[in-house]
Ligand binder design. Structure first.
Ligand code: AMP
Length: 553
């Protein structure tokens, strides 16, 4: 027997229709790439997205065509996304922080037919466009007055291109399982892999994201997604904010502490989200200027582990609630959020920070398990770590073109490549990437835990831990540290600070001081490069004469 309820396919443009009808005057404020702050509303944005769709159709783009964007977070970027999806084409966000060769590789893999680009990245596109034979058109997101001279033959200014449409257009009737968007993993190991979101997965993910124990956002919020749309869909905010009619504040290309502070303050932002690096810059700005955050209520921190001192500062010094979150491009991206279940709700001070160091619990729509190397599920005891696997309606079931098959199993579990444990209340804590975990004498050491501890030292700006070859223990931890400007902590200071806070055998065997730690295009520590940099490093604890590497024999 079938249910007798209406078929109402979960299509992304329905989100924008809802925002346009229910919240027509709610604002979207953008720091434009040209400079000034620009204001629009959901009703206007919907009208312009319809024009984008109409215009794309007139150019001959069809369902399933991949249309790339290389752009900052602005209202124009959002309307381009919805316009692309509205004809059944597929938005493909490109991360401008990747090397140009990687961008070319990704565009060719996706066979992008058109590209919406911000002025900032036009010089880059001029260099690479000829290397992408499928690319027919470049739409530069500006108006004729700001359009620079360009060597690209097929480039048009967005505003004039859009002005040729009257907006009298109906969204295409699509199946909810059709592709809506595409984003490639950052490919720190091997080639990037394409993740293809469907309309259904995007809509379900946006609903999950809004729930009180997830991001917990409403129409009364003013949301500043600092996390870029090109990094895992701005954590879904370009869909969840219009779904609930929240005011959006889009930061454009300026993410330094002063610029973000200015928007938080002038637009009275109540909710924001970004990776820890952004918050380090903001906190530094606040400390230097003595400014406060009177309007901000909640900050979501994820993408890499939120250091304990960061959560403490936001909460103690600025009265802002911190929600630590974990996710992946492959999960649309939200996987877990550290909001407080009743068992933890009453905790305060250090006890609360102990919980907030965890990446949190899965919302409805995400199932997770931790397994050992033989695929046996591990107990939820908050200690036993293993490979973290997930499944759900907004989790990838394959990569584009069939890459990375080994990460998916027959039961639908996706192996995240992260190592984690889960506590009896369902709170998951990432201890490492599977490739980074240190195997010392057969036991595992979490590099993330050591890094978090090291950065809580007052003189440490940034820290990374890598495994270095050791003749007795196979691998031992080396702590790599960037000192704060003007501070000179030594090895003994730092290890002394860490000594009583971790198991004795976890303590790094040595500390190396560097000026800079390498980062990936999404702001994570690039451990592969660090490991190469320290491949010949001899730990002071390694007293055995070392045999030459197999490769050098
Ligand atoms: P991406 O797809 O670029 O967002 O990268 C996803 C990966 O980032 C995850 O598999 C984790 O390794 C890492 N990650 C994301 N959030 C966190 C977090 N809160 N703590 C630790 N690692 C994280």
């Amino acid at each position: 027997m079938l249910g007798l309820m209406q078929e109402w396919p979960l299509l992304c443009h329905k989100i924008l229709d809802h925002a346009g009808i229910q919240h027509p005057h709610r604002e979207i404020v953008s720091r434009s790439v040209e400079g000034p702050i620009v204001r629009t509303t959901y009703a206007e944005l919907r009208g312009r997205a319809l024009k984008v769709a109409q215009r794309l159709e007139k150019e001959g783009y069809k369902r399933g065509d991949r249309i790339a964007t290389l752009a900052w977070n602005t209202a124009r970027h959002i309307e381009a996304w919805y316009g692309i999806m509205g004809i059944g084409a597929v938005y493909h966000t490109l991360n401008p922080r990747l090397f140009p060769e990687q961008i070319v590789w990704i565009m060719n893999n996706a066979e992008d037919k058109a590209l919406f680009v911000d002025l900032t990245f036009l010089p880059l596109v001029e260099k690479i466009a000829a290397l992408v034979p499928t690319l027919r058109q470049v739409i530069v997101m500006t108006d004729a007055a700001h359009m620079p001279q360009t060597s690209l033959r097929n480039a048009v200014p967005y505003e004039e291109w859009l002005a040729e449409a009257d907006g009298d257009f109906r969204w295409k009737a699509l199946d909810e399982s059709e592709a809506a968007g595409m984003c490639y993993t950052s490919g720190t190991t091997g080639e990037p892999k394409g993740v293809v979101y469907s309309h259904r997965s995007n809509v379900l993910h946006a609903m999950m994201a809004c729930m009180p124990d997830a991001m917990g956002i409403s129409s009364r919020d003013v949301i500043l997604p600092v996390v870029p749309m090109f990094h895992a869909n701005a954590w879904g905010i370009a869909q969840s904010a219009p779904m609930i009619g929240a005011k959006l504040v889009m930061p454009g290309g300026r993410m330094d502490g002063a610029s973000i502070y200015e928007l938080l303050d002038t637009e009275k932002v109540s909710f924001t989200a970004a990776v820890p690096t952004v918050w380090l810059m903001l906190l530094q700005h606040l400390e230097e200027t003595g400014k406060k955050l009177p309007y901000l209520k909640k900050v979501v921190i994820g993408g890499s582990a939120c250091p304990r001192m960061m959560a403490k500062k936001f909460q103690d010094n600025y009265d802002v609630e911190v929600v630590h979150a974990w996710g992946m491009t492959e999960m649309s991206p939200l996987g877990s959020l550290c909001t407080m279940k009743p068992d933890y709700a009453g905790l305060e001070g250090e006890a609360r920070l102990d919980i907030e160091e965890k990446q949190g619990h899965a919302p409805f729509g995400v199932e997770m398990i931790v397994t050992d190397d033989h695929n046996r599920p591990q107990p939820w005891d908050g200690k036993t770590f293993g490979r973290l696997k997930v499944r759900g309606p907004a989790v990838a079931r394959a990569y584009y073109g069939g890459a990375g098959k080994e990460q998916f199993d027959e039961e639908g579990w996706f192996d995240t490549g992260d190592v984690a444990h889960i506590d009896p209340n369902g709170y998951m804590q990432i201890t490492d990437r599977a490739k980074d975990v240190i195997k010392s004498g057969g036991e595992w050491i979490s590099t993330i835990e050591l890094e978090n501890l090291a950065v809580s030292h007052p003189d440490v700006a940034e820290a990374a831990v890598i495994g270095v070859r050791h003749s007795k223990w196979d691998e031992r931890p080396l702590l790599v540290v960037v000192r704060k400007p003007g501070r000179e902590p030594g090895k003994a200071d730092i290890l002394g600070f860490m000594k009583d806070k971790v198991a004795k055998w976890w303590l790094p065997d040595d500390v190396a001081f560097v000026d800079e730690i390498p980062h990936t295009a999404t702001g994570k520590i690039q451990k592969t490069t660090l490991r190469k940099q320290f491949s010949d490093y001899r730990l002071p604890t390694d007293e055995t004469e070392r045999l030459p590497d197999r490769e050098t024999l």
